[in-house]
Design a protein around this ligand. Structure first.
Ligand SMILES: [Zn+2]
Length: 291
């Protein structure tokens, strides 16, 4: 089984598998509780098999990842191999990304190579605030070099986060690490590394737009927010100057594609821009066809 790009109506570049097959969550309980409060209801975490069933029914492909933040949280991650194997069972709809805590150092570099080579991983997810690191810290450059070399994209959380929101000390999470200007510098140092700046980057929306405009290898994903609440400049540029740089993402399960797509319908966008955002830009960003 492989992705049948023509048969798919969309590609969702941002979904989470944060529950292992044995019921172990990727986040420690107190951060999980903060997130549930921020998103109003505790959203039940789906397994990889459940994600596949949901997306297959809708003829949407989905990039799936967990987040490894063990150095900052002390909480053991879900194994990337498990996520990758789950995606391999559903390779008609799921695209596996891996998450490596950059604090793992050389071990992360070796794991990145092994995950792509032996486990079919197609990209990497970073969450600077949750993982507690400056993306431009030179200590982590060997990891980006490996990812650039492997020819797969790196997706970075950007802007505010629900994780830790409202908890004392914000659960120890620092928002500052998720400023998209960090990616501007990485884009200079790693011009062949495709980067996806995830989410409307509030409070740095204009920064994200400027970076995506200036650096050919930086894309923006529209996940984590209902399109109803997108900042107006994001909609305006998605419809014009950045129409080839903006990607559909939901952040499933916190936002379902059903809701996201229904609200996306209501946005004032040119007809020719919709298929770019929903599918065609992702084909390029994810390297799904030889270009
Ligand atoms: Zn997310």
């Amino acid at each position: 089984m492989t992705l049948d790009l023509d048969a798919l109506q969309a590609i969702d570049v941002h979904t989470h598998a944060e529950l292992s097959a044995d019921g172990h969550p990727s986040l420690p309980e107190e951060l999980e509780a903060g997130k549930a409060k921020f998103f109003k209801a505790g959203v039940p975490q789906p397994t990889v098999d459940e994600i596949a069933g949901y997306y297959r029914e809708r003829r949407i492909a989905a990039v799936v990842f967990t987040v490894d933040a063990e150095a900052a949280t002390g909480h053991p991650p879900i194994r990337n191999e498990e996520v990758a194997e789950g995606c391999a069972r559903h390779s008609d709809v799921l695209i596996p990304f891996a998450s490596l805590d950059p604090h793992r150092g050389r071990a992360a570099v070796h794991a990145a190579r092994r995950l792509v080579r032996d486990h079919g991983v197609r990209g990497f997810k970073f969450h600077p605030s949750l993982q507690g690191f400056w993306p431009t810290d030179r200590a982590f450059y060997p990891l980006y070099e490996a990812i650039e070399d492997l020819g797969v994209p790196a997706l970075f959380h950007s802007g505010q986060t629900g994780i830790g929101a409202g908890l004392p000390a914000g659960g120890g999470i620092r928002l500052k690490y998720s400023n998209p200007m960090e990616l501007d510098e990485l884009a200079v140092d790693f011009p062949a590394l495709t980067m996806i700046c995830a989410h409307p980057s509030v409070p740095w929306q204009d920064e994200a737009l400027a970076v995506a405009m200036h650096k050919p290898n930086v894309f923006i994903d529209l996940s984590g927010w209902s399109p109803k609440y997108f900042p107006p400049q994001l909609v305006r540029q998605a419809n014009s100057l950045l129409k080839h740089k903006v990607l559909f993402g939901s952040d499933y399960p916190v936002i379902t594609p059903d809701r996201w797509l229904a609200d996306f319908e209501q946005l004032e966008l040119k007809d020719e821009v919709r298929p770019l955002i929903l599918k065609e830009n992702a084909v390029r960003a994810l390297g799904l066809v030889a270009s």
